[in-house]
Ligand binder design. Structure first.
Ligand code: MN
Length: 575
């Protein structure tokens, strides 16, 4: 593979849209920045990490996307995998590029583990946190390259990623009208998901393909003559083998009988206008009788994802069955690249350099509606009528566990709600929370895409104060029930102890501290933190005890934790 070249990237982009010198400079800058940020990093395959960023950007350029999206493609793994932060990207490339990179990072935290009930949440979350379709397109380009290099990652991971690609990314691409990409993603996952079947197909189909191609060459000559007679000069006539993944799906419906598959290789005719599409169809039917029930007019009635074309299956030369697809160039490009093709088309038609805002014209809005319908479909399938009213998930948020599982919550939910929706025990025992690796107060309002980690303490009971800020019914119910049950010691002790710690933060520090405290049988009722400086963080633990000796013993134990630089305590009174 050729090594990354910014000239090549800009060249490919220029083939699809107008690139002025400022655009080129932006891409150039992102290229150098990402290249040096990933310097020395290698992928599992042994190739330079930056090559992955480059391939992602190259795909975006080939889809005709704008320079900011291409730049974000180059930078998409910088915030997550290098010492540079999102702020660095913002400072160097501006809000919009940083926004796109951040979106991709958020999507990257989602992991699909093949749990059926998770699919819907995950797809919904995808749409909810993307906000901008370009984020999804970057993620799709990223995934495409990851799938092409999947052979290098460990076996167990291969299967998970292939499954995720098949269940989430390919359907998403299809919904965006990017059939070509959807098919490619399915084909790339197929060998990992069905290795035996894949082998069988390779062995059994190859010969059939070759035989078929020879035959279609013969048909092509006849078709050329036919079109000449009716004065149509086609833009292209080609035939492409059916993808393995879709062939497999079809074979399952036909008892694995290859003879039954007429479109093993589909014959495609590309003409200049819609009128020519119908004229061509008529001419073919005059020459060869169609199979009843196999004529499909997706021009008059496009598929729900926008696909347009005429399909027919006829008894062709030597009485063999052949499928024809007839369409215009624009339909063809749309069928291949969907939403991306729209961008490219409208820009090319405009010819002037003025940039068009995204989603201004009707066609693009149609795509957005497609997504909306998709969302509604999911809501329809499982949830109540109440949920149907949700408009674009305005009042839902989707947060994830450190393992990548999606938790669906009402807007305004807090870490306590999150904890209770995982498990009531985790809710009861919750003492603190980290959002995207930063400690936050328990009444923090979770945003879609946040990764939430709940810190727990054994035997911890819910605090009365939680009632004031929780959003979910399940949390409210549990807190009330638990407070009713033991209506005793908390109120008796009007005095509590607050331990204040200044420490160098590290992963697991909070857990170590809380476990020392809980081993001394002291209940923590709240944890507050504030970063003191980039390295030091200040933590306050409110403890349900007024026993000075007990606290002093705990402090002695806590001093053994080497990150703790300062520790003190004071009694605090409680109203
Ligand atoms: Mn990536």
């Amino acid at each position: 593979m050729a090594s990354p070249s910014v000239e090549n990237l800009i060249k490919i982009s220029r083939e699809k849209r107008l690139i002025n010198s400022a655009d080129a400079a932006l891409i150039q800058k992102a290229f150098s920045f990402a290249k040096s940020a990933h310097q020395g990093q290698k992928r599992k395959s042994g190739e330079e990490y930056f090559n992955h960023s480059y391939q992602t950007a190259l795909q975006l350029a080939a889809w005709g996307l704008d320079p900011k999206t291409i730049s974000a493609g180059l930078l998409h793994d910088v915030a997550e995998d290098t010492p540079y932060t999102l702020d660095d990207i913002k400072n160097n490339f501006g809000e919009e590029v940083a926004f796109l990179v951040n979106g991709v990072t958020k999507l990257g935290r989602l992991k699909y583990r093949g749990v059926q009930r998770q699919i819907e949440n995950l797809r919904k979350m995808f749409l909810a946190i993307s906000e901008d379709l370009r984020v999804i397109l970057i993620k799709l380009a990223d995934r495409l390259h990851n799938m092409k290099t999947l052979g290098a990652v460990p076996l167990q991971k291969q299967k998970r990623i292939a499954l995720e690609t098949n269940e989430i990314y390919a359907p998403l691409a299809y919904r965006l009208g990017m059939q070509n990409l959807a098919g490619e993603l399915e084909d790339l996952s197929f060998p990992y998901l069905h290795p035996q079947e894949y082998k069988w197909l390779i062995q059994n189909v190859k010969e059939k393909y070759e035989e078929r191609l020879k035959y279609l060459e013969k048909v092509k000559k006849v078709v050329n003559d036919l079109l000449e007679k009716i004065n149509i000069s086609p833009i292209g006539i080609d035939f492409r083998a059916k993808r393995y993944s879709s062939l497999y799906k079809k074979l399952l419906r036909h008892e694995m009988n290859l003879e039954q598959i007429y479109d093993l290789v589909a014959f495609r005719i590309i003409v200049s206008s819609i009128a020519e599409c119908y004229t061509t169809l008529g001419a073919i039917h005059q020459m060869w009788p169609p199979l009843p029930g196999r004529i499909k007019d997706y021009i008059a009635l496009p598929k729900p994802n926008g696909y347009r074309s005429l399909h027919t299956t006829v008894f062709c030369v030597d009485n063999k069955i052949v499928e024809f697809q007839i369409r215009t160039k624009e339909m063809h490009d749309e069928a291949e690249n969907g939403i991306a093709a729209h961008w490219a088309y409208h820009e090319a038609k405009g010819k002037n350099i003025e940039k068009k805002p995204i989603f201004t014209n009707r066609k693009e809005l149609e795509w957005v509606n497609q997504l909306k319908n998709w969302q509604e479909e999911f809501l329809n399938s499982e949830e109540s009528l109440e949920a149907l009213k949700i408009d674009f998930f305005k009042d839902r948020i989707f947060a994830i566990t450190p393992k990548g599982e999606v938790i669906d919550l009402p807007a305004g939910s807090t870490p306590v709600d999150f904890a209770y929706s995982i498990h009531s025990q985790i809710g009861d025992n919750c003492v603190g929370a980290k959002i995207n690796n930063r400690i936050v107060p328990l009444d923090y309002q979770i945003q879609s895409g946040d990764m939430v980690e709940i810190l727990t303490q054994k035997n911890k009971k819910p605090s009365e104060s939680w009632i004031r800020f929780v959003k979910t019914d399940i949390a409210k119910k549990r807190i009330r029930a638990s407070l009713k049950k033991d209506h005793l010691p908390v109120n008796r002790e009007r005095l509590r102890m607050e331990i204040k710690i200044i420490a160098e933060d590290r992963i697991g520090l909070l857990k170590d501290i809380t476990s020392v405290i809980s081993r001394s049988h002291i209940n923590i009722s709240n944890v507050l933190t504030a970063p003191n400086s980039p390295v030091l963080t200040s933590l306050k633990f409110l403890c349900d005890t007024n026993n000075k000796d007990k606290i002093e013993k705990v402090i002695l134990k806590l001093k053994k934790i080497k990150e703790i630089k300062q520790i003190s305590y004071k009694p605090v009174s409680f109203a």
